[in-house]
Write a protein that binds this ligand. Sequence first.
Ligand code: NI
Length: 259
Amino acid sequence: MFFDTHAHYDDPRFDSDRHTLLPKIHADCVDLIVNSGESRKAVHAGVALAHQYPFLYTAVGIHPHYAKDMTEEDLELLRSTALTEDKVVAIGEIGLDYHYDNSPRRLQRYWFDEQLGLAEQLNLPVIIHSREAAQECFDMIAQSKVRQGVIHCYSGSVEMAKQYVEMGFYLGIGGVLTYNNAKKLVEVVQQIDLSRLVLETDCPYLAPVPCRGQRNDSSLLKYVAEKMAAIKGLSIEEIAAQTKQNGLDLFFGGKNPLS
Ligand code: NI
């Protein structure tokens, strides 16, 4: 039913039950999952999971948190993995995080730009992480030649959302939509056409209400879809079908790889 376009099933919080949880989620409610990369370790783990589960695909990228340790060798690892593993569907998650500032901003910008360049060379979509760096992140993307991808966990203004959509990007919408203080995001979902929105968990993080604070997983996407359905005046089934098609358009050229 759902397409979870952003998950972290390699996270240690899934170590105890990953291999019972994933088949159950797939049987119950989720047709496809894209696991997001964030580190060297996560790139290898994501590829291993993708080999194990036909319905799970993976992205490769180095998160801005780890920019301070990124090397040319890592960039080559991303390139060779994307070229040799056919279940790699995107470069990500990449971007800027000025909230935590775990890496110096100069290095975050440098490696973000390098990875945008890689996505362009490989003609792959990007998965963008942007936190408290909205304008700078937007400017760097606009200045690059990349025009396919998703702004994961979108948190910017309606105005910027429209500009991203105009450039060809999708907006990733997750648990935050269900939070009490999500006024701005509700407005974004109201204003942006459903054809440009995709659902995501970012699990194990950002569980939606009524499970906020607990470990998130793809089965909880129904709460995000429910909220989106209420905002758009549509049924959950309509939200599921359209956002799934958007994910297929974004990562698979419109075709379901499983059918
Ligand atoms: Ni993530």
